[in-house]
Design a protein around this ligand. Structure first.
Ligand code: 5GP
Length: 226
């Protein structure tokens, strides 16, 4: 019998604006009850149909800056003229409950997390082409022309950081991308360094000493002490 680590995985999903991160994440969540998606805080105004507390916690720049001072964010960044950040609150609780926690965030924030918690899982979502990315950004009609261009130009810089991630998925067909993200998460859950104990036929034959400390890098995530 194998006993695996109780703590869930911390998954960071990044990719340029318009690459489809939220669509893929929401589909994966539908099929996997044990995944909790963190709700970010932003100083951006809500778009039509966006709900406070569901899509984001919408706050003013001043409120956001207060929270920075109070060290309320696991990471935060400025993107396209607005603040975005991951509230620390709740993340540890969900991880310790054995749930996987997924953060859908841009690259600067992801790299902050990588510095503090390199044992997290970093996945990068790419559009099938830059022309397709531009089409998606334009078709969703959520930004002005100049904001679309700003996001599009930022996408090139973001893609330059691809090598800092563990996995890359090209989001050509949603179903394929969803299957790939699910496969990556399943594979991560099977990693040897997530095994806590191994019993052969009886607890006396416990060989966990061999496994424990095998990978000291894979320490439990503690978001409150970084
Ligand atoms: P949007 O304005 O399109 O909702 O988001 C702009 C970018 O900010 C997207 O790439 C989105 O993934 C990212 N983002 C959303 N929440 C966070 C967050 O908490 N932290 C960081 N660093 N980026 C975020």
């Amino acid at each position: 019998m194998i006993k695996t680590k109780k703590q869930g995985l911390l998954i960071v999903l990044s990719g340029p604006s318009g690459s489809g991160k939220n669509t893929i994440c929401d589909e994966v969540k539908k099929n996997n009850l044990n995944i909790w998606k963190s709700i970010s805080m932003t100083s951006r105004s809500p778009r039509d149909g966006e709900i406070d507390g569901k899509d984001y916690y919408f706050v003013s720049s001043k409120e956001f800056e207060e929270k920075i001072k109070e060290d309320k964010f696991l990471e935060y960044a400025e993107f396209a003229g607005n603040y975005y950040g991951t509230p620390r609150e709740n993340i540890q609780k969900h991880l310790d409950n054995g749930e996987d926690v997924i953060l859908v965030i841009e690259i600067q924030g992801a790299l902050q997390i990588k510095k503090k918690l390199p044992q997290a899982l970093f996945v990068f979502l790419l559009p099938p082409s830059m022309a397709e990315l531009k089409r998606r950004l334009t078709d969703r009609k959520t930004e002005s022309k100049s904001k679309i261009m700003e996001r599009f130009e930022t996408a090139y810089k973001e893609i330059n950081e691809l090598s800092k991630y563990n996995y890359v998925i090209i989001n050509d067909k949603v179903n394929d991308a969803v299957m790939k993200l699910e496969a990556i998460i399943k594979a991560e859950r099977c990693r040897v360094d997530r095994i806590e104990e191994v019993f052969l036929d009886s607890p006396e034959e416990k060989i966990h000493e061999i496994l424990i400390d095998k990978n000291l890098e894979n320490k439990p995530v503690d978001v409150n002490n970084i």
